[in-house]
Design a protein around this ligand. Structure first.
Ligand code: TXE
Length: 504
């Protein structure tokens, strides 16, 4: 909730209260940073970038390595802060740390090589030489959501820093303290204060950031992502958007049904379903549909929900009332159109105001919101298909295109299906694994976003290329014509050779 206060000097300032979703207790407040303060912060970042960008990539990854070790040492504190503002489980908060740590280690080892100056071929061999430099954009703004406040706050910020940019993070106003602590550790690791900074506030602060930075990396809803893209387009700055999803999973008749059911329960209900890459709809071959439903009920029955400490609790609270209400609305809409709740489906107020049971729906179809709109809650709707063409058509029947998965023992068949799915990634027998695999670019198409994070692609988006060419003028005379007889002759000879030999 935003509150206005008057300071001793009489100036009015706003701050935003932050709640623990499990207890509804107010755990602190953050300032709504003003537009002027944001501009000043960006100016400081711009000055600081000059020294940071002048370091070699190896020197910059040295700082990231120190920071990664500090985070590892301080993981208990980080987990506590994260759980207090999200309501997630111990294992969920730890997962954020281990997934990002893998990505950090990957960039620590590979980024200096990715950012190395490249030699390229020229059209006049020996006389000309060409290179490509990767240069930072300048100041990168990172806007992050509340569902993974550590992972999604840092996953873009770190490669932006390694590429030589300074960076400003605006975490979600719902979960600001995890990111703030992570940045404090960056400063303790020696990264200069103005090279990486946090600004707080709601969408107004985010919008101001987009108005002034040189690159924006946004993670959040499709509606806000569109606004960010409009501003970026007006300013002609590059950007990447990681938005919502409605990820399909196809279960083929040869799948290992125990592994499939356990995997689906995990990937649909993790973080109470508040994951952009959670499995939001399942298409199961009619021949194994009933058997799969039995297994799903078995594994869902073993799923532990609560707010206790320990790695054996599988699912915690939802974070916001809005997503809880949307989850219920999707269930009501589905029931009114003929679906059946076969597991869960109720709030659990005795555990906390935002706890909602993991829920499995049967007899669903694409007339229902739950199969078309992003739920962002713990629902697993399962639909039968009768032939593979139907399954592929249904999987692609979505405005989103983030991630998809297939359960099967036949990887060749899976690859052929994957090539026909409109999604940024496809994983077989292990949904959600691509984003945790640092070498693989990850991101969506259609309403799921623009650009890719992770991998070489995810690093190089934070650079622009500068091409560099030298000509030693060997054998050349001063000449004003664009095409003198000698150059024409050389061009003809080179063309003949080039038809048979690749040298550009
Ligand atoms: O997103 P918002 P919210 C989806 C999911 C969820 C919905 C809303 O469907 O229910 O988005 O979540 C900042 N200019 N995902 O409310 O509003 C805002 O302060 C610039 C998918 O968190 O988009 C916050 O820091 N910034 C997603 C961030 O944008 C603005 C994860 C996200 O807020 C802004 C989370 C503006 N005009 C939610 N307005 C995923 N892909 O993981 C707000 N912000």
């Amino acid at each position: 909730m935003a509150i206005s206060n008057r300071s001793q000097s009489g100036a009015i300032y706003e701050h935003i209260e932050v709640k623990n979703p499990v207890t509804s207790e107010i755990i602190g407040s953050i300032p709504q940073t003003s537009a002027d303060e944001i501009k000043e912060t960006i100016e400081r970042a711009r000055d600081a970038q000059i020294g940071w960008g002048a370091l070699s990539p190896s020197e910059r990854v040295g700082y990231i390595r120190r920071w990664a070790d500090l985070v590892w040492e301080q993981q208990e504190t980080l987990i506590k802060i994260n759980r207090r503002e999200t309501g997630k489980t111990d294992s969920g908060a730890f997962l954020e740390i281990i997934v990002l740590d893998n990505i950090l280690q990957y960039y620590i080892h590979h980024a200096p090589n990715f950012l190395k100056t490249q030699q390229r071929r020229t059209i006049v061999p020996f006389i000309q030489k060409a290179k490509v430099f990767y240069k930072p954009h300048g100041v990168v703004g990172v806007i992050s959501p509340w569902n993974y406040p550590y992972l999604l706050g840092l996953i873009d910020l770190v490669p932006a820093l390694i590429a030589g940019n300074s960076a400003l993070l605006k975490p979600s106003e719902v979960t600001p303290f995890t990111a703030e602590y992570a940045i404090k550790l960056m400063h303790e690791a020696g990264i200069p204060r103005d090279v990486v900074q946090v600004i707080h506030g709601d969408g107004r602060a985010g919008a101001t950031l987009v108005e002034h930075v040189d690159y924006i990396a946004f993670t959040g809803s499709t509606a806000t992502g569109r606004k960010v893209a409009e501003t970026a387009a007006k300013r002609l700055i590059p950007y990447s958007l990681e938005l919502g999803g409605k990820d399909p999973c196809i279960v083929l008749e040869d799948a290992d049904l125990d592994m499939t059911a356990a995997g689906l329960v995990r990937s649909a209900f993790e973080n109470a379903g508040q994951v952009c890459i959670s499995v939001e709809r399942v298409y199961a071959d009619a021949r194994i549909y009933d058997a799969l439903m039995d297994k799903l009920l078995y594994y869902a029955g073993k799923y532990q929900m609560g707010s206790d400490d320990g790695m054996d609790i599988h699912m915690g609270s939802m974070t916001n009332t809005r997503e809880l209400e949307r989850t219920e609305a999707h269930i009501h809409d589905a029931i009114s159109k003929g679906a059946r709740v076969v597991f869960g489906g109720r709030r659990r107020p005795e555990l906390g105001p935002l706890f909602f049971e993991p829920t499995i729906l049967a007899d669903v179809d694409h007339a229902m919101d739950v199969m078309r709109q992003e739920t962002f809650g713990p629902i697993l709707p399962v639909m039968k298909f009768h032939n593979l063409e139907e399954a592929i058509r249904l999987a692609n029947d979505s405005e989103y295109g983030l991630s998809a998965s297939i359960f099967t023992r036949d990887f060749k068949r899976a690859e052929a299906i994957a090539r026909r799915l409109d999604s940024g990634d496809v994983s077989v027998n292990r949904p959600q694994m691509v984003v945790a695999t640092p070498s693989l670019p990850s991101g969506g198409q259609r309403n799921s976003g623009v650009g890719r994070r992770n991998g070489k692609e995810g690093l190089l988006r934070f650079t622009h290329t500068q091409s560099f060419l030298t000509d030693n003028l060997f054998g050349q005379q001063p000449e004003l014509r664009l095409a003198d007889p000698f150059s024409l002759q050389v061009a003809m000879v080179l063309r003949t050779i080039r038809r048979y030999i690749k040298f550009i």
